[in-house]
Design a protein around this ligand. Structure first.
Ligand code: SF4
Ligand code: SF4
Length: 247
């Protein structure tokens, strides 16, 4: 016992003060994009051609954050004259159409399903379904349970059984082989329930877009309440989304 107290005294309190205090991320972190609509058209065309995800709408000068994998190729190619990425990790949305952005995003706290705040604001239990993800989205969700993020202090937990859950968090491009497991898990969650798509794979198929083995968007199978973009989304993007949507 004395050793436990000694360790605690030596190590101090390690949990992040977020959301009371904002966190500065590494300078290489890529969050919400800024788009310069006045960039030269040939530069825009080069960025459109270079994007591996076909995520840039050159005519409307927008990025589809649901498709973007935040590789940074457009930022490097345009030397930040057309697209640059900010440190803003609050990039999640309740309506998929809002992911096609000119750099601005609606305030997630004011979504249309605010009854979820009343139902789950004090206690939210989630079942994670990895539907053929590469394990990075899953790892960055797992890390929310570590002492640094300490998701449980907000009353949010990941649970083993869907029967104990208020909703599911889906990662991966929902391969053909995972559809049955996904539907069975969802059906085991009592209503009312929430469905959250995490990562570009779950939102649009991500890097696997075009494969006949996957689904190009979880919303094609079931209604989705919350979209968290990224490849993978930073843990703070996940945390910001959960707190904004449910608290
Ligand atoms: S950062 Fe996104 S929009 Fe830019 S090239 Fe990569 S995938 Fe395309
Ligand atoms: S979105 Fe990216 S990190 Fe997440 S499962 Fe797909 S490929 Fe992996």
């Amino acid at each position: 016992m004395l050793n436990v107290l000694k360790n605690r005294f030596e190590q101090g309190y390690r949990t992040t003060p977020y959301p009371k205090v904002n966190i500065e991320l590494h300078e290489r972190y890529r969050g919400r994009p800024q788009i310069n609509a006045d960039a030269p058209s040939d530069l825009i065309a080069q960025c459109v051609a270079a994007c591996p995800q076909n995520a840039i709408d050159g005519e409307r000068k927008r990025i589809d954050l649901g498709r973007c994998i935040f590789c940074g190729a457009c930022e490097t190619l345009s030397q930040k004259q057309f697209i640059s990425f900010t440190q803003d990790f609050g990039i999640s949305v309740a309506e998929k159409k809002d992911l096609l952005t000119d750099g601005s995003l609606p305030d997630l706290a004011h979504h249309a399903k605010t009854h979820f705040k009343k139902l789950f604001g004090r206690s939210l239990q989630l079942r994670q379904v990895s539907a053929a993800g590469c394990n990075s989205c899953e790892a960055d969700l797992n890390v929310l349970a570590t002492p640094f993020f300490d998701l449980a202090r907000f009353g949010i937990n990941f649970v083993a059984s869907p029967r104990h859950a208020d909703g599911i968090v889906v990662t991966g491009p929902v391969s053909r082989n995972m559809k049955t497991a996904l539907f069975e898990t969802l059906e085991a969650v009592p209503e009312p329930r929430v469905v959250i798509a995490v990562g570009s794979c779950a939102i649009s198929g991500g890097p696997f877009t075009g494969s006949p083995e996957i689904t190009e968007g979880l919303d094609q199978l079931v209604p989705v309440d919350l979209f968290i973009p990224g490849c993978p989304p930073h843990p703070l993007t996940n945390l910001h989304a959960l707190l904004s949507y449910f608290k």
